[in-house]
Design a binder for this molecule. Structure first.
Ligand code: ADP
Ligand code: ADP
Length: 215
C-alpha cells in the first residue's frame, strides 16, 4: 500500500499515518520528523531546514525532494509506505511522480484529511509530540497513558516551537497557497480520498479504511 496523507497542519495526518502504517505494515515516512531529527543531530540539512521551519515557511523543494527519493529507495519502502507531509507543493508532487515512474511504481491513494481552520488552531495549542518518534498527542483528544510521556518509547513529550499560535496561522496560509492545489492534482489522477477530519481519531481512521477498501 502506497499512501499520501494530505491536509492542513494539525489536520491529523501524523496521527492517522501512524495508525495506517501499523495496519498495512508499511513504514511511516514523515518529512517533518526527518527534518526535526536532523535539527536535533545538528546536521547541515537540519541547520538549513530550521531557518524555514521556525518561521512557519516550507523548506525549499530542492532540500526535500532528494531526501524523499533516497528514503523511497530503501529496502523497507519496496512494499509500500505512508507519506506524511510530502508532497507539499506541485513541483514536489511532479518530482515524486518522476521517481515513481523510474521505479515502475504508483501511489495507490492520496488521503485528504479535511478540517476547517478554526478547529486547527484549537488542536495545535494542545498538541504535544514525542521528540524521539514524533508520535503526536493531545491533552484532550489523544491522551497518553502516562501524563506527558510517549506511549511508544517513554520519552517526555514536548511542545513544538512552530506550534505557537502566530506560526500556526502562518503555516495555515502557506498550506492554502502552496499545498491545497495538490487536492485537484490527485483528484484529476482519480486517486483522491476525502475524509472528514473533525471526527474523533477512531472515526477518521474508519472513514479512511472504508474508502480504501471500496476502491
Ligand atoms: P505538520 O505535521 O504540522 O503539518 P510537519 O511536521 O509535517 O508539520 O512539518 C513541519 C515543518 O517542516 C513544515 O512547516 C515545513 O517547514 C517543514 N516541512 C515538512 N515537510 C515538508 C515538505 N514536504 N516541503 C517543505 N517543507 C516541509
Ligand atoms: P498533522 O500531522 O496533520 O499536523 P497531528 O496528527 O499531529 O496533525 O494532529 C494535530 C493535533 O491534533 C495533535 O495534538 C493530535 O493529537 C490531535 N488530533 C489528531 N487527530 C485528531 C482528531 N481526529 N480529533 C481531535 N484531535 C486530533
Amino acid at each position: 500500500m502506497k499512501l499520501i496523507m494530505l491536509g492542513a497542519p494539525g489536520a491529523g495526518k501524523g496521527t492517522q499515518a501512524s495508525v495506517l502504517s501499523e495496519k498495512y505494515e508499511v513504514p511511516h515516512i514523515s518529512t517533518g520528523d526527518i527534518f526535526r531529527a536532523n535539527i536535533k543531530n545538528g546536521t547541515d540539512l537540519g541547520k538549513k531546514a530550521k531557518e524555514y521551519m521556525d518561521q512557519g515557511l516550507l523548506v525549499p523543494d530542492e532540500l526535500v525532494v532528494n531526501l524523499v527519493v533516497d528514503r523511497l529507495q530503501q529496502e523497507d519502502a519496496k512494499k509500500g509506505y505512508v507519506l506524511d507531509g510530502f508532497p507539499r507543493t506541485i513541483p514536489q508532487a511532479k518530482a515524486l511522480d518522476a521517481e515513481l515512474e523510474k521505479q515502475g511504481a504508483a501511489i495507490d491513494y492520496c488521503v485528504d484529511v479535511e478540517v476547517p481552520d478554526e478547529v486547527i488552531v484549537d488542536r495545535m495549542s494542545g498538541r504535544r509530540v514525542c521528540p524521539k518518534c514524533g508520535e503526536p498527542y493531545h491533552h484532550e483528544f489523544k491522551i497518553p497513558k502516562v501524563d506527558n510521556v510517549c506511549d511508544k518509547d517513554g520519552e517526555t513529550l514536548i511542545l513544538r516551537k512552530d506550534d505557537e499560535p502566530e506560526t500556526v496561522l502562518k503555516r495555515l496560509n502557506v498550506y492554502h497557497e502552496q499545498t491545497q492545489p495538490l487536492i485537484d492534482y490527485y483528484s484529476s489522477k482519480g486517486i483522491l480520498v476525502e475524509v472528514d477530519g473533525t471526527k474523533d481519531v477512531k472515526g477518521v481512521t474508519e472513514q479512511i479504511v472504508a474508502s480504501l477498501g471500496e476502491k
